[in-house]
Design a protein around this ligand. Structure first.
Ligand SMILES: Nc1nc2c(c(=O)[nH]1)N[C@H]1C(S)=C(S)[C@@H](COP(=O)(O)O)O[C@H]1N2
Ligand SMILES: [Mo]
Length: 338
């Protein structure tokens, strides 16, 4: 009842610019005691003035103790879509995480014993500060916020996910990247004992999974590091314990289970571009005008779908985030640099 449906691509300019209003709303939320809402349903939507959504969980908090503590201070973030989130059941069982198998339910089926605590992240390359850090030290200085983003897979399906995390830029700045830092490269854990597909001679892609962003893309306020969904810690199949979320790009840019972040001079060679550069580009901006060589990108199936209703919605340029990101590409031909 508190969920308000709105048009796709619904970032209002007021939402983008109105910092003050946002902070006021946050104060109201705090005063209402939201963030620890407990009602009769497993997932609860709290909202201020019937507008801003906020999902939290009634299930026991998961993840390490330090994260559970931090989750109690979760706040609604800026830039959330007002579209309703795809139910948790779908978000956590319809996945792409090839390290655990290529079927949509393989990640949920095969990742349950994946060990994500303790977890270390190495920060390397063109920056003043580098080193290997416990996940807690990576996450702790940041306020955890909820961002409800559309996720558009290159395979032409999409969902709406209430992520829990913090802006990537805030983390990157802590390491003081130098003027040679033109790109940021991300790497997923390589551990064939835990990730069965990495050991297979018939693996669909090369491992470890690598992704990358141009530094200005990485510093854009929409680029997000997520440590959870639906008010709780990240399910293994969604990329526990920490994954990238780049909502204006195809889902494959949103690399999971990150162990290394590196500032580089040169554009990194990324997994899907290396596997087939004609089908998957480095930029991978969602673009209804540039079809995949084997299918149209003009529309997408919005989960949940059924055999009776494929629930097609129009695909939006930059996945509807153009007001915040189009300027990054103003001098580029996005048909060539896809
Ligand atoms: N390491 C790794 N990260 C990955 C993938 C993967 O196979 N391995 N799949 C990508 C793709 S294609 C998509 S659409 C999203 C899916 O995220 P979700 O399962 O949380 O919806 O994760 C991306 N990140
Ligand atoms: Mo994807």
């Amino acid at each position: 009842m508190l969920i308000k449906r709105a048009q796709a691509g619904d970032i209002r300019s007021s939402e983008i610019t109105s910092e003050t209003v946002f902070h006021e709303r946050r104060q109201i939320l705090k005063a209402m005691g939201l963030g620890a809402v407990a009602l009769g349903t497993p997932f609860v939507v709290g909202a201020t003035s019937g507008e801003r959504q906020f999902y939290t969980t009634q299930a026991p908090l998961s993840g390490p103790a330090w994260l559970q503590n931090k989750l109690k201070t979760l706040t609604p973030g800026q830039y959330s879509t007002r579209e309703s989130a795809t139910p948790f059941e779908y978000v956590s069982t319809y996945n792409n995480f090839y390290e655990f198998g290529t079927g949509k339910t393989d990640p949920a089926d095969n990742s349950q014993n994946f060990v994500t605590d303790p977890w270390k992240v190495e920060v390397a390359g063109e920056a003043e500060l580098t080193g290997t850090y416990n996940l807690e030290d990576i996450v702790n200085p940041h306020t955890l916020e909820e961002r409800i983003y559309r996720l558009r897979c290159v395979e032409a399906w999409s969902m709406v996910v209430p992520w829990v995390g913090f802006p990537l830029a805030n983390l990157l700045k802590r390491f003081k990247p130098n003027s040679n830092a033109k790109y940021v490269r991300f790497e997923t854990l390589h551990d064939p004992e835990q990730m069965p597909a990495q050991g297979s001679r018939f693996a669909a892609i090369d491992y470890p999974y690598i992704e990358g962003l141009r530094i200005d893309e990485a510093m854009n306020e929409l680029a997000f590091l997520a440590v959870g969904v639906y008010g709780n810690a990240m399910p293994n199949q969604n990329g526990a314990p920490i994954r990238l979320v780049v909502p204006w790009k195809y889902g494959f840019k949103s690399i999971k289970s990150i162990v290394k972040i590196e500032f580089t001079k040169r554009r990194p060679k990324t997994t899907w571009e290396m596997s087939n550069s004609r089908e998957y580009g480095f930029y991978a901006n969602v673009n209804p005008d540039v079809d995949h060589p084997r299918w149209s990108q003009a529309r997408e199936r919005r989960l949940p779908t059924s055999i009776f209703n494929q629930n097609y919605v129009e695909t939006l340029k930059f996945n509807g985030y153009a007001p915040l990101v189009a300027h990054l590409y103003k001098d580029m031909d996005l048909r060539k640099q896809y």
